[in-house]
Ligand binder design. Structure first.
Ligand SMILES: [Zn+2]
Ligand SMILES: [Zn+2]
Length: 275
């Protein structure tokens, strides 16, 4: 199968590698295309997301690489949008829509940040009810994707990130599943491609990608499209976890996936084959 990733972070936001190091790693792994997706501008946490100056530098550098490497790899300029961002999407070839922060009690709580803060959110705002917290995350995610209409819906169940011990909420509880499936339905109605994101496998030792298997099975039944991404922050990890993700997709009935194109069209289709 052809290889690519539409979800790559560099030193222009919270990644460790330069954009050119990412291109070289992609080439060494035989990628036919790659898309950059710096965290879009927001008014806070500039170690994590771009500001006005860095966004201009980012766009300039990716355009330079696009030209410099055009005979070897197709490079796309994207951004990862969040509910709290203010970048102009039309500057980009494509957008990934994600939700990393839950607003509550005049504060913002990163769902993929440190566990202390998400536990505080659960205990103080949701009075210990983790299922209600997950429901609020999925409700906001679904409505955001539906309103924003990104090409790609990013890591739909990111709220699982700090739940590997199962102490935030029970992922097998019917209430949890219902909330997650409602978000998926909103993604379907938005027309977005669902991202299968292996980022936490490389960075945090997760054993499977986002989304969970039951969501992939539901997405398959909805006849939705998937795109494989490494959410890469460090060049050597450009395709970490792809083998397991492809295996999971095949087990859940997918035979093909979308992939960033190599010519004028943003997306092509590739058949899934064992990596
Ligand atoms: Zn993200
Ligand atoms: Zn990301």
């Amino acid at each position: 199968m052809r290889l690519s990733s539409p979800h790559v972070h560099t030193q222009f936001c919270d990644g460790c590698s330069t954009a050119e190091e990412m291109v070289l790693s992609a080439l060494s792994h035989g990628f036919s295309s790659i898309g950059f997706s710096s965290h879009a501008k927001q008014h806070f946490d500039h170690a994590y997301a771009m500001d006005d100056i860095r966004e201009a530098d980012y766009i300039h550098e990716i355009q330079r690489l696009k030209t410099a490497y055009q005979s070897r790899i197709r490079i796309w300029l994207g951004t990862e949008l969040d509910l709290f961002c203010y970048s102009e999407p039309s500057q980009y070839d494509y957008t990934i829509g994600s939700l990393h922060l839950l607003p509550a009690a005049d504060d913002l709580f990163p769902v993929d940040g440190n566990k202390e803060k998400i536990l505080k959110l659960k205990d103080t705002v949701f009075h210990g009810d983790g299922l209600a917290m997950a429901d609020e995350y999925f409700r906001l995610y679904g409505s955001y994707i539906y309103a924003q209409r990104p090409q790609i819906a990013g890591h739909v169940d990111l709220i699982r990130k700090n739940n590997s011990a199962g102490d935030l909420f029970d992922e097998n509880d019917s209430h949890y599943r219902k909330s997650a499936l409602q978000a998926l339905e909103m993604v379907r109605r938005s027309g977005a491609i669902l991202e299968v994101n292996t980022g936490a496998m490389a960075r945090y030792g997760a054993v499977s990608p986002y989304p969970a298997r039951f969501l992939l099975e539901a997405w398959r039944n909805m006849e939705g499209e998937v795109i494989l991404s490494s959410d890469c922050h460090y060049a050597p990890d450009i395709m970490a976890g792809y083998g397991q993700a492809v295996q999971l997709l095949m087990e859940t009935g997918f035979t093909s996936a979308r992939i960033l194109g190599t010519g004028d069209s943003l997306f092509d289709t590739t058949l899934l084959e064992k990596l």
